[in-house]
Design a protein around this ligand. Structure first.
Ligand code: SF4
Ligand code: SF4
Length: 178
């Protein structure tokens, strides 16, 4: 994929500006997630997600360079802190709270929602939800009550390719090495 320098400049997709562009992207993701939570609430479904609930903060999640740029922008001194010991996300604190919450990556913003995506092999829709929220019958939900993962993930990949030339993902624990 080739994206001209003029397009990158006009869309703010430069390494210097990517954090701001990503914060706009996150704001749209957050707004869409809030809409789904409200829709679920209107149907009588309350997600168990809350501060301190961190079983989704596992140790093998990954981020893109654009997501790392947001962490660097909002938490410029974070690399001087120690990562959480292995066995949980390195950004987690000792009380089950995210130490980079305002800069948390895309995937963390959708944790807990009913997820739906297209399985590329079978070309069928798949759905899943955190086991703590599985009292919700996700197969009965309208698509608008679920997070459709691929659209935002494609946008995230495009932002990374346009800025860095690739959409490579690195383990979160590698943040301390870049
Ligand atoms: S970045 Fe924060 S929200 Fe995301 S998995 Fe790590 S601790 Fe949890
Ligand atoms: S996704 Fe699951 S583990 Fe994570 S905050 Fe929500 S209920 Fe807790």
């Amino acid at each position: 994929m080739h994206i001209s320098e003029e397009y990158k400049q006009s869309h703010g997709m430069t390494p210097e500006k990517i954090a701001d562009t990503m914060l706009d992207f996150y704001a749209r993701v957050d707004s869409a997630c809030e809409g789904i939570v409200k829709t679920l609430a209107q149907q009588g479904h309350t997600l168990k997600c809350m501060a301190g609930c961190c079983q989704c903060c596992i140790d093998d999640l990954s981020i893109t360079k654009a997501e790392a740029a947001v962490i660097e922008k909002l938490f410029p001194a974070f690399r001087s802190l120690n990562p959480h010991p292995s066995g949980a996300c390195p950004f987690l604190d000792d009380h089950g709270l995210c130490r980079i919450y305002a800069a948390r990556p895309y995937i963390c913003r959708t944790h807990g929602l009913p997820m739906r995506w297209l399985d590329e092999t079978s070309q069928t829709e798949e759905r899943d939800i955190c086991f703590l929220n599985d009292d919700i019958d996700i197969l009965s939900l309208e698509p608008t009550s679920c997070w459709t993962s691929q659209t935002a993930e494609i946008q995230l990949s495009i932002l990374n390719i346009a800025t860095f030339g690739d959409a490579e993902r690195i383990p979160m624990r590698s943040f301390w090495e870049i």
